[in-house]
Design a protein around this ligand. Structure first.
Ligand SMILES: Nc1ncnc2c1ncn2[C@@H]1O[C@H](COP(=O)(O)OP(=O)(O)O)[C@@H](O)[C@H]1O
Ligand SMILES: O=C(O)C[C@@H](O)[C@H](O)C(=O)COP(=O)(O)O
Length: 325
């Protein structure tokens, strides 16, 4: 089964949300308390997906707000140099700062992230900084759930989604749940459901769907029963190293298996998965193949140090797929 997009658009994807900084432990296999050096990368789920998609050859734009300082300038330059259009990245003029994510690599299986997200510039994106002329040039608007956690970013996202729908731009909602940004799980569930119901494709982990449904131990069947009563016609549910499923509204179910690798750290899997899944769908591959691209990309990124700079090329992804039948 293939997915249809509007082909007469300048951008394949415009992502909206945070562009921040990851500081990844340079020393492995120890707790953060004992980690003395960290390596800097651009980070933040939606910008990681934008970077990954751009490295795969998609035409990508980004809407977000960055700090007016060295970190903001570093982010803008890096993103521009990997080919992402930065014309709609707004520079904060109210003194807000770049969000920082420290990562801890205790072992390949035991990793965690520690986010510093007080008064971060990305959550101060205003609705008036989201422009219809830009969004209408895209095939896909990729929305990050974290951007819904606080106003005015929340309203900026609501506006972007409504502009996308008005202009026949497919809305892909990456649930991207980060507890640090939210006041309560009730609030998360309200806004996640609101956007998921209006989206064309929803992507998330099983736990993230539980968050959206405000439940624990939910099943994929319950999730698709709920979402297929609304706009989504494709729902992707990720189960970590157990692989992932794509459910089509037509009733078809596709399974994507993870590609085993020598894991360095676990974070970065979801963002690399999303960018390659998107690349494949937009390039007319069927859903089963798109799941392979996503899984292969994730497998490559978990074997490397960063979540953004490590995003693979098409050759690397296809090379990995061809070696595993
Ligand atoms: N340890 C791993 N080794 C290889 N692939 C993995 C591993 N963990 C995750 N993946 C791949 O990445 C995809 C997304 O991972 P998951 O952990 O579910 O998402 P997220 O990173 O968003 O929490 C999985 O469906 C799988 O294909
Ligand atoms: O999303 C963030 O703000 C942090 C990321 O840049 C970080 O690399 C990460 O946690 C990636 O997460 P994942 O792809 O969802 O595993």
């Amino acid at each position: 089964m293939k997915y249809e997009f509007n082909n007469d658009r300048k951008f394949d994807v415009i992502a909206i949300g945070r562009a921040c900084i990851d500081l990844n432990a340079a020393e492995y296999n120890r707790p953060m308390e004992d980690t003395m050096t960290f390596k800097k990368y651009v980070g933040g789920s939606p910008i990681n997906i934008a970077i990954g998609s751009s490295k795969l050859g998609l035409k990508v734009g980004f809407i977000g707000k960055i700090s007016d300082d060295q970190h903001g300038r570093y982010i803008e330059r890096y993103v521009r140099e990997v080919g992402v259009d930065t014309s709609n990245i707004v520079i904060d003029d109210e003194g807000h700062k770049t969000g920082l994510t420290f990562t801890e690599i205790k072992s390949p299986e035991d990793c965690s992230i520690l986010m510093y997200r007080e008064e971060v510039a990305d959550l101060y994106l205003k609705p008036e900084e989201v422009h219809e002329d830009y969004i209408k040039q895209a095939k896909v608007l990729l929305v990050s759930g974290t951007a819904l956690s606080k106003s005015p970013s929340r309203e900026a996202i609501l506006k972007a989604v409504s502009l996308a729908k008005r202009n026949n731009v497919k809305v892909i909602f990456e649930l991207d749940y980060r507890p640090y940004s939210w006041k309560s799980t009730e609030e998360t569930a309200v806004y996640y459901s609101l956007i998921a119901e209006q989206s064309d494709i929803v992507i998330g982990t099983r736990d993230e769907y539980d968050m959206m449904e405000h439940t624990t131990g939910g099943t994929n069947e319950q999730t698709i029963h709920y979402l297929f009563q609304h706009s989504p016609n494709l729902v992707v549910i990720k189960h970590g190293v157990e692989g992932s499923y794509a459910y089509a509204k037509s009733g078809e179910i596709f399974k994507g298996n993870a590609y085993k690798t020598k894991v360095l750290k676990t974070f970065g899997a979801g963002d690399s998965y999303a960018s390659a899944f998107l690349y494949a769908l937009i390039n007319g591959k069927d859903i089963e193949t798109a799941l392979k691209y996503g899984s292969a990309s994730a497998s490559i990124v978990v074997s490397k140090h960063s979540s953004s700079d490590a995003m693979p090329t098409v050759d690397e992804i296809e090379g990995l797929i061809s070696t595993r039948v």
